[in-house]
Design a protein around this ligand. Structure first.
Ligand code: ZN
Length: 131
């Protein structure tokens, strides 16, 4: 792993800017990655114009899962929900800037899976959301 990117991940893991829980919220979803023990909950407030007014994540798990969630939440505030629905794994991988094996990829993509399941109003999150 490249040192610069590793530092970014550790910084977001140790000092997340968007950790928390919005109450009230318009969208809430949570899920686990059983392979690693990661848990992520995302809460969103939406604006009347269909954009993300504010967002937070909460949870626990490995550095990649938590740093990805912080980066993801930061990247969607102010964005149209329609745009959020189109996000795929490249968005996360671009922000992390590292190559990940299949196990770590699950960690990295958990927050996106949770976010998209919430925005789409699904009962459960599936891996196909982040392909
Ligand atoms: Zn993990």
């Amino acid at each position: 792993m490249d040192d610069l990117y590793r530092e970014v991940i550790i910084e977001h893991y140790k000092n997340p800017s968007y950790r928390g829980h919005l109450d009230p919220h318009d969208i809430q979803f949570a899920d686990n990655n059983p392979l690693c023990g990661d848990h992520i909950e995302i809460t969103l407030q939406t604006a009347a114009d269909g954009t993300v007014k504010d967002a937070r994540f909460d949870g626990h798990g490995c550095a990649i899962s938590q740093a990805s969630a912080d980066l993801l939440v930061e990247s969607i505030i102010g964005k149209p929900l329609d745009e959020v629905k189109q996000l795929n794994k490249e968005h996360i991988l671009d922000m992390l800037g590292i190559e990940l094996g299949p196990v770590r990829l699950k960690c990295a993509l958990l927050s996106l899976k949770v976010l998209k399941a919430g925005v789409y109003g699904l009962g459960e999150a599936s891996d196909s959301l982040v392909e």
